[in-house]
Design a protein around this ligand. Structure first.
Ligand code: ADP
Ligand code: AMP
Length: 214
């Protein structure tokens, strides 16, 4: 099962993608996580990506497409995967379709997690990410057992620089301009399904399972 998660920054793509990956036993591939790991390790890719990410801009297509195409060709992807944060532009979607078609494959489901802009800034200001393992929490909606400490690995939690309100507003503008056209792209491909992302995390997941099947 090959799945794409669509939605505004902070809509809950990563939260749901992790749950999908666990239930269907497929890898969760987050381009944002890949870039953040590269930044942490001080790689050339990380240094390049950081200049865009800090400004709330998209990393150029040429830095992300090959990375994802290589990743989905790895052995652990034979039974499918859930892509989170990719594609984010029409050229990225076209490049992915082309690379998959070349090996006789295609995306099965594109799931749009729909959350209005009004909810996003509040949601992002409460998001906390672990500096160690990258796990994501929310101060109100998905709190840790001990405040400021990751449940999974015990490391410290931080507010991502790009989750500060000014950058979130910029990222929302970028989303509407460059990523939202993918809704039409996957509607035309006949594989788009929309779920309400404003309800409880587990209820969003149930709606997704209803689409994907038990
Ligand atoms: P994305 O991957 O789309 O950027 P995340 O999955 O990181 O978004 O979710 C953004 C923030 O909102 C996180 O802090 C997460 O815990 C919280 N969150 C995710 N889904 C919901 C939901 N259905 N209701 C309330 N908060 C949510
Ligand atoms: P995310 O963790 O998905 O919110 O991504 C964080 C940031 O990484 C985005 O704001 C972009 O700057 C960059 N990024 C992640 N995925 C992509 C992508 N597919 N194309 C371009 N930039 C991306």
């Amino acid at each position: 099962m090959k799945i794409i998660m669509l939605g505004a920054p902070g809509a809950g793509k990563g939260t749901q993608a992790k749950k999908i990956a666990a239930k269907y036993n497929i890898p969760h591939i987050s381009t944002g996580d890949i870039f953040r790991a590269n930044i942490k390790n001080g790689t050339e890719l990380g240094n390049k990506a950081k200049t865009y990410m800090d400004q709330g801009l998209l990393v150029p297509d040429e830095l992300v497409v090959d990375l994802v195409v290589d990743r989905v060709r790895q052995e652990d992807c034979v039974n499918g995967y859930v892509l989170d944060g990719f594609p984010r532009t029409i050229p990225q979607a076209e490049a992915l379709d082309k690379a998959l078609a070349a090996i006789g494959e295609k995306i099965d489901h594109a799931i749009d997690v729909n959350v209005p802009d009004e909810n996003i800034v509040h949601r992002m200001s409460g998001r906390r990410a672990c500096v160690g393992c990258g796990a994501t929490y929310h101060l109100e909606y998905a709190p840790t057992k001990e405040e400021g400490i990751c449940d999974a690995c015990g490391k410290e939690l931080i507010l991502r620089d790009d989750d500060k309100p000014e950058t979130v507003k910029k990222r929302l503008g970028v989303y509407h301009e460059q990523t939202q056209p993918l809704i039409d792209y996957y509607t035309n491909a006949g594989i788009l399904k929309t779920v309400d992302g404003t309800i409880d995390i587990n209820d969003v997941f149930q709606a997704i399972v209803d689409i994907l099947g038990e």
